[in-house]
Design a protein around this ligand. Structure first.
Ligand SMILES: [Ca+2]
Ligand SMILES: [Ca+2]
Ligand SMILES: [Ca+2]
Length: 496
């Protein structure tokens, strides 16, 4: 486009308004070169139509971007103005192609990564991202069929620093018990078997440098003893070894958390014999003995899941109550930590609640419940016990409570998993049974703001029990387990 048709534009005033830098903008200075870093969440706020720069210019389609680098000739001493000039064309400061080295020699040079559409500035040791086009979820692809020891309940994906990425599956039968897989050459391969008794879930956590993995056992062992086990990672053996046994009652789930520097572990006890109205227990780590000790008991009804979360300085623990002996339409409770113990914060009516999932979108806090089953011995049977709504609640800061945000029709939902790709937020539900068959679609919902969560992908699953999202340097994945067949699946999220 010819110069007469270029309008003068004060670019600095676009990004540095009178009140300071625009939201989502940071400045990096390396020697005489300044880079503006656009925070990933809202780069669009800093965009303007090309017509503000060009007049009668058909050769510049509006989807094109202009990236401008600025060189400060000299930084004046404490004055209210800065002098910027565009970098000279002969300046070799922008490199194209694959990642160049970034040492003191390349300091203050730019690298434009065409495949990721990202611009980076070398600070003398590392490339700092200035502008990166965010990935978007395009579709989901079957990636790995993971044949498991037996049907799988929960799965936990975790990273042991300097060792690798692992998945622990909670499997039904003993022997061979449950398995730990290690991500090797882009696949999960068997790493260690651990004897478990109708294991329901695993929880990975650390205390200082110690690495632990706790299993929730649902059944007694062959000698009639009932307990769940905390395993500790042995750096010497590179295996998990038994560390502490804890008496549990048809344990379903463990949750690990830290409050005011102290480590806690909470178990949900589902039932004792036929009695579902029993205590679940919160244990506190005793640094002197190196063991977990009972700290508080909380009455629960056929409990299935603990979910810990914090909001600002406050700590919360939500329990999913499933069944009280006569009904699944019962209250699940959210507790808040106040003066040394958890106290009731809010009760929410749930229908065979199997999972709570807390997640944040921007500064909003949400809590989703997976409702599995609507049954009440005192009421006429509904046409379908399993095709029921699962609900998403949002924290109302003024009212200091969670209020219903959205209902989604689910089919005996057992788990919600929140994940994000680029700037987009997603929820995937484990639909396990529609009243007739275990072969039902699980669904990925995409966050669409005012519309809430909207179904985006329908994934055929069999007896889907648990979802986990994880990332490697090669990309993002979802893993789902089946409670009805010894086959779990890794799906790859294809992005553009
Ligand atoms: Ca949990
Ligand atoms: Ca969940
Ligand atoms: Ca999960």
């Amino acid at each position: 486009c010819q110069t007469p048709y270029l309008r003068p534009l004060d670019i600095l005033s676009e990004v540095v308004p009178a009140g300071g830098l625009a939201h989502g903008m940071r400045v990096f200075q390396v020697q005489g070169v300044r880079g503006f870093q656009l925070a990933a969440s809202r780069p669009r706020a800093l965009c303007f139509p090309a017509s503000r720069l060009f007049i009668h210019c058909d050769r510049f389609p509006e989807e094109f971007s202009i990236i401008i680098t600025l060189r400060v000739l000299s930084v004046p001493a404490k004055r209210n103005e800065y002098v910027f000039t565009l970098m000279a064309e002969e300046s070799p400061s922008v490199t194209l192609g694959s990642r160049p080295p970034c040492t003191m020699q390349e300091k203050a040079q730019f690298w434009f990564n065409a495949s990721r559409r990202g611009l980076y500035l070398c600070n003398g040791s590392a490339w700092i991202s200035m502008l990166e086009v965010k990935q978007r979820l395009d579709y989901v692809e079957e990636y790995q069929n993971l044949v498991t020891n037996s049907e799988t309940m929960g799965v936990e994906v975790f990273t042991i620093p300097k060792v690798g990425l692992f998945a622990a599956t909670a499997n039904r039968y003993t022997p061979p018990g449950s398995a730990i897989y290690k991500w090797t050459d882009g696949k999960f391969v068997p790493y260690q078997n651990i004897p478990t008794y109708q294991a329901q879930s695993w929880k990975y956590f650390t205390i200082g440098k110690k690495i632990f993995l706790a299993v929730a056992n649902f059944e007694q062992n062959d000698r009639g003893q009932e307990f769940s086990v905390i395993y500790k990672w042995s750096r010497r053996k590179e295996k998990f070894v038994p560390y502490q046994r804890i008496t549990t009652h048809s344990a379903r789930d463990w949750e690990a958390f830290v409050i005011e520097g102290e480590a806690f572990l909470a178990v949900v006890n589902h039932r004792e014999g036929n009695n579902h109205n029993i205590d679940s227990v919160i244990y506190r780590w005793n640094p002197r003995t190196g063991l977990f000790e009972t700290n508080q008991t909380i009455p629960t009804s056929g409990a299935y899941d603990w979910e810990f979360f914090t909001i600002g300085p406050y700590s919360f623990l939500a329990v999913a109550n499933t069944f009280n002996g006569t009904s699944t339409k019962i209250y699940s409770h959210i507790y808040i930590w106040l003066s040394g113990s958890f106290q009731l914060f809010q009760s929410i009516l749930t229908f065979g609640a199997a999972d709570w999932e807390v997640f944040h979108i921007g500064d909003r806090v949400f809590l989703a419940v997976a409702n599995s089953h609507s049954y009440d011995s005192g009421m006429p049977a509904p046409s379908n016990f399993y095709a029921i709504n699962s609900s998403i609640y949002e924290l109302n800061v003024t009212a200091q409570m969670f209020v219903k945000f959205q209902d989604l029709l689910t089919y005996s939902a057992l788990d919600w998993e929140f994940f994000s790709v680029g700037d987009d937020s997603f929820l995937v539900v484990a639909n396990s049974f529609d009243g007739f068959t275990f072969s039902v679609n699980s669904i990925i919902y995409r966050w669409q703001g005012y519309e809430g969560f909207v179904a985006a992908h329908h994934l055929p699953t069999v007896g889907c029990r648990d979802w986990e999202a994880f990332h490697t340097t090669e990309g993002s994945y979802l893993l789902y387990t089946s409670a009805k067949e010894p086959l779990s699946k890794v799906l790859k999220l294809k992005t553009t």
